[in-house]
Design a protein around this ligand. Sequence first.
Ligand code: URA
Length: 428
Amino acid sequence: MADAHDAVEIIVAKRDGHELSDGQIDWMVDAYTRGAVADEQMAALAMAILLNGMHRREISRWTRAMIETGERMDFSGLSRPTSDKHSTGGVGDKITLPLAPLVAACGVAVPQLSGRGLGHTGGTLDKLESIPGWSCEVSYDAMIAQLESVGAVICAAGSTLAPADKKLYALRDVTGTVEAVPLIASSIMSKKIAEGTAALVLDVKVGSGAFMKDLDSARELARTMVDLGKDAGVPTVALLTDMSTPLGLTAGNAIEVQESLDVLAGGGPTDVVELTLVLAREMLTAAGRDDVDPAERLADGSAMDVWLAMITAQGGDVHAPLPRARESQVLPAPSSGVLTRLDALSVGLAAWRLGAGRARKEDLVQAGAGVVLHAKPGDEVSVGQPLLTLLTDEPDRFARAEEALEGAYEVGDGSREGTSPLLLDRVT
Ligand code: URA
C-alpha cells in the first residue's frame, strides 16, 4: 500500500509545473481506482497534466501504477515467442484481421486484445462479430491454449486489465482531457504491457481520420509510447502511417471482414496488403524471427489456414455468408479527372451514421452497414461512374451520411497533389 498523500497537494504541484514523485503518482492512481480520490480531483489533475505535461520518468511511473491496479497476463510459457500490434485507430483500419493470422503463420504467437469502435473509428471486435457465431469472450486459459494450438487470438480485454485506465478514460472523455499525450500514451501502453506481449509494434495514424492530425503530434505520441515500452522491458517500435484517406476500399464491419479475406486469399487493395506486410515484418523482427518472409506465407495460403482455425476456435462459422445491408445508394463522380482527395474523417462519419459505428458504448452496430470506395486518391474517374456506395439496413440514414460526405472529395485535372505515401516515419 502506498503512503498516504494529499490529492490537493498533488494537483497543486502539477498545476504549478512541478514533477510528481513516484510516491505521489502511485498513491494518486491507486487511490482514484479505489474511490478514495474523487472524480473532480482526478479531473483537475488530468487537466494540469494536459496543460503542463509530464517527464519521461513520471509517465513511466504513471503507466506502471495503472498496470498495478489490475492483473498481468503472462505468455512466457508458450513454445513460441509473442508479438503484438496496436493501432491508434483510423477509418477502414482492418489490418489486425489479416495481420494476426499472418504473423502466427510465420511462427510468432499474437495475443491481440482489441476494443470496440466509438465515434467515427471502427473497432476490431465489431468487425469480427459480423461473422456468425464468433465470440470475443475468451478466458485466460482458453487464450493460452489457442495461442499454443492456432497461434493467434483476437478477443476482448477483460475488466481486470488496468482497471484504472477504464475509469480514467471515461473521466477524460467528459472533461476535455483525452488529448493529453502522457495520458493517451500511458492508457494505451498500460493495457499492452499488462497483456504480456514480449514485443510490440505501434501503428500511429496521422491525418484527418486519426487522433493525431499532424506529423509532429503523432511523432511525440510515438516517441512517448516507444520509450514507455522500453522502460517496461518490452521492445517497441512505432510506424507513423497515413490516415488522411481511408485504408483500403471499405469502411464498416462485414465489408471489412470480406476485404481482409480477399487479402488472405492473395488479393485485396494494395495499401492494405502493403501495410499488413510492413507491420508483419516489424512484428517478426521484434520477436527475433526476421528469417521468415510473410509475403510467402500470404501467397501459399498458410495465413488463411490460421485465420480459419482462429475464427473456428472462437465459434465462428467460416462457411456462413457474411451479413449484407438491405439498402444501398451510389454516389457518382461529379466530373471526369483524377480523384485528388477523399477525406478519411468524412468517410468514417458517413459509415458511422449509416449504422456501422456507435455513439454510446451500449449501442448496437449494423453488421452490413458502411461505405465502399470505388476509387482512391490518384485514380482516374469518369463523370457519373460510382465513386462511393453507401450501405445500411435503414434507408432514412442515407441523408445524414450524404451530409457527412459533402465536400469530402475532389476530382481534379490530373495532379496527384495531396496524395501521401502510406508510411510516413518510423520511431525506435
Ligand atoms: N486509446 C486508448 O486506449 N487510450 C487513449 O487514451 C486513447 C486511445
